[in-house]
Design a protein around this ligand. Structure first.
Ligand code: ATP
Ligand code: MG
Length: 575
């Protein structure tokens, strides 16, 4: 796999050259294909939640339709009831909307079960399909290898009548799962393994989330996907590279379908064109739904929306904006070779976007008391805090200043080196939005731990005053001890310890980072944060971006750390 770790800085969409997919689409439009109509689809199987890999496909499918004035529909590829359900359908719809896309229609492969069944019957009658009564292992063994032809099934040439009767039997409650399959009769010697009499129907008795117990026999992906594209009038069926070897079969089955479907539609050039691009793979993560299911089922994470998950709902909960995910996907682009994308690029895109959106607030994660000894006891002042220096229109909010404050423990050092621009006895710093203070000393407990720091403030140095112009090297954030709120903070690290867990021989569960979640139980945040909700983008000044977690209650605020600031502070404060 090629390792990609550069951020494409060409953000000017106009200048960006066409992706190869767009080039194909433009060629088709230029040739006047499909009456220049563009129709795409995003075809999730409702057997899990969407992850950032799906977002890449979504951005392509919807992006092409939008760019060329076409439509992108949703189609749930629901052909395996044993793994699918409505909860997944609902969440997929929700996550696509959250990403910012609008679909045309919602279709289901299960809408076509009847049509597909009839088409399969036609295939049998034409001598193009037969029922095989061997078990799946035997069938797999007979497939041969890419360089060696396969062995024909002993049932390959059974009479059409027999296959028809057995196919009907396959669709009854009495049929035993695995006892029979329907196979397309193609070419057991074809170098393309997908042509060696692929299985096109199998018996499944688990009730289907939409059709209930009506069916006992379900089409395989290859017998449903292309046909569904055809039924809907999809013009460009965009998918990922693993489907390249399926394409000849995709085209072949559409040939048969056009022969079978002798309607007026057949007279035009209605034929979906499959185009493949590379999957998204992220460092320190996994994308396989099977593995994500395991993480959830075996409780390695709190759920599909655990903020460490690569799922869209996890990223949403963590505080990633949909815009940042789309910017990241646009920056990595679409190619014809598989790559591993650096998660740091995603984080950079998140930071870049949240810098424009986040409200700046004050929160102290690892607090130590700071007493302003010359500030009157009981006095308070409402300081003006700018909500977002990137956007003046967002105005200001008030933060209360008083004699007793909390600051970060890491912002004080008793014997500090020269370059330590924070608090140390005899040195001046500014308190953000407030005064310049001079540190005068600290108090320790019997074990030598610092329990309190003292300082004096300069009453003429309030931000905005004349005396405020004096240069001080450091600015610290703070909250007032009597005017703040307690909070818990969940800080996240990479879910996996190795860069590419999927390429590792060990069980992926052994590769999990045991320190991917760090709890800060004793944080203080400014009172303004009680007005915030999950979904509000926040920057805890000098620390990082944060979002309120839905687990919060009126009595207990809980924040998720979205991503640190790209700032030298982050090294000292966050580690
Ligand atoms: P499964 O592991 O169950 O096959 P899948 O990841 O292929 O799952 P689907 O629901 O079948 O999931 O995927 C829907 C669409 O999303 C498909 O077109 C697929 O190609 C695309 N897709 C899935 N994973 C990625 C990925 N990592 N990068 C880009 N596109 C992806
Ligand atoms: Mg799939």
């Amino acid at each position: 796999m090629k390792y990609m770790n550069t951020l494409d800085t060409n953000t000017n969409e106009e200048k960006r050259s066409l992706s190869f997919v767009e080039q194909f689409v433009e060629d088709d439009i230029a040739e006047g294909k499909n009456g220049k109509r563009i129709q795409t689809r995003f075809p999730p199987e409702p057997n899990g939640y969407l992850h950032i890999g799906h977002a890449k496909a979504i951005c392509m499918d919807f992006g092409v339709a939008e760019k060329y004035n076409g439509v992108c529909n949703l189609r749930f590829d629901d052909t395996n009831p044993s793994k699918e359900n409505n909860e997944y359908v609902e969440n997929i719809l929700h996550d696509i909307s959250w990403l910012g896309f609008k679909w045309g229609n919602i279709y289901y492969a299960s809408d076509y079960f009847e049509k597909l069944w009839d088409f399969a019957i036609w295939m049998i009658k034409k001598g193009l399909a037969y029922v095989d009564e061997q078990d799946s292992e035997t069938i797999a063994k007979q497939k041969g290898t890419p360089t060696e032809g396969g062995v024909p099934s002993p049932y390959r040439d059974r009479p059409v009548e027999e296959s028809l009767e057995l196919f009907n039997k396959m669709n009854t409650a009495e049929a035993v799962e695995g006892s029979m399959v329907l196979r397309a009769k193609l070419d057991m010697a074809n170098p393309n393994m997908h042509f060696r009499d692929p299985i096109i129907y199998r018996i499944i008795h688990t009730p289907h989330h939409r059709t209930g117990t009506k069916w006992h026999c379900y089409p395989m992906y290859d017998f449903a996907h292309g046909q569904s594209d055809y039924f809907e009038g999809v013009t460009h069926s965009i998918c990922t590279l693993e489907f390249v070897p399926h394409r000849p079969l995709y085209d072949k089955l559409i040939d048969f379908l056009k022969e079978y479907d002798n309607t007026a539609d057949n007279l035009n050039d209605n034929r979906p064109r499959q185009i493949e691009f590379n999957r998204l793979n992220l460092t320190y993560s996994v994308m396989s739904k099977r593995k994500l299911h395991t993480l959830v089922d075996e409780k390695f994470v709190s759920g599909w929306d655990d903020p460490r998950m690569p799922t869209l709902c996890g990223m949403h909960r963590r505080g990633y904006s949909p815009e940042s995910i789309r910017a990241f996907i646009s920056s990595i682009g679409y190619t014809k070779f598989d790559a591993l994308n650096d998660v740091a690029l995603l984080e950079a895109a998140v930071r870049n976007d949240l810098n424009k959106r986040a409200t700046r607030v004050s929160a102290v994660l690892d607090p130590v008391k700071l007493i302003i000894t010359n500030y009157p006891e009981g006095q308070t002042e409402e300081m003006e805090a700018i909500n977002n220096p990137e956007n003046e229109n967002e105005g200001t909010h008030a933060i209360t200043f008083s004699k007793n404050l909390w600051i970060e423990r890491a912002d004080f050092m008793e014997d500090a080196p020269k370059k330590f621009f924070r608090m140390s006895p005899g040195r001046e710093v500014r308190l953000k939005n407030a005064y310049i203070i001079m540190c005068t000393g600290c108090t320790k407990d019997a074990d030598g731990n610092i329990v309190e720091i003292q300082a004096e403030y300069d009453p003429n140095s309030k931000s905005g005053m004349e005396g405020a112009n004096r240069k001080v090297k450091g600015t610290l954030h703070w909250v007032s001890a009597d005017h703040c709120v307690k909070a818990k903070i969940r800080e996240y690290d990479r879910l996996f310890m190795v860069e590419n867990p999927s390429a590792d021989d060990r069980d992926f569960r052994e590769l999990l980072n045991p320190n991917s979640l760090k709890l800060h139980d004793n944080c203080y945040v400014e009172a303004f944060l009680t007005e915030k909700h999950p979904g509000d983008y926040l920057q805890f000044q000098r620390t990082g971006y944060f979002m309120l977690d839905p687990d919060s209650t009126d009595d207990q605020l809980i924040f998720n750390k979205t991503v640190g600031l790209k700032d030298t502070w982050s090294k000292t404060i966050n580690k």
